[in-house]
Design a protein. Structure first.
Length: 159
């Protein structure tokens, strides 16, 4: 089972580099700390100290990764102030950030299935059923890997 390719993708022999959205995405989030910061943002952590503590990295590393996510529009900084304290910023997922949820869930599911140690069960609050991740076309059909065709460029407005 492999993806089908058409157009320049079927003929290419050279690396795609920055022309590939997978490459560009990995350049942004392709390290452990960034993915774990995103995981914690999905779990509801927004404050810097909580993110640092939950991920278990230094403040300097967290600060750099959070800055990259803010610059990319995945997170936005919003000011907050505790009584008697100075104003600080919390990190909130943007729409673009929320769109990364299936990726983070897929990484967790894969790790739970293929790396010893297991993982949490993800269920639908409405009915209690296990949540599954699958590829679907715009018409709602489940699409197996061998029925996917990768073609040329897709504009962001097309997805």
């Amino acid at each position: 089972m492999t993806l089908q390719r058409a157009g320049f993708l079927a003929e290419r022999t050279e690396p795609l580099g920055d022309r590939c959205p997978v490459d560009r995405t990995m350049q942004l989030i392709g390290n452990r700390t960034t993915v774990l910061l995103l995981r914690e943002a999905f779990y509801g952590a927004t404050r810097f100290d909580d993110l640092v503590r939950r991920v278990g990295v230094t403040e300097a590393v967290a600060s750099q990764r959070l800055r990259e996510l803010v610059d990319a529009g995945v997170l936005v900084k919003q000011p907050y102030r505790e009584p008697g304290q100075r104003t600080r910023s919390e990190y909130v997922l943007t729409e673009a950030g929320h769109e990364l949820l299936p990726l983070v869930l897929a990484l967790g599911r894969w790790g739970a299935r293929h790396i010893p140690g297991g993982g949490p069960r993800l269920t639908h609050v409405g009915c209690g059923a296990t949540v599954v991740l699958e590829a679907r076309c715009a018409e709602g059909h489940a699409v197996p890997e061998e029925e996917m065709l990768v073609t040329g460029r897709l504009a962001p407005s097309d997805v």
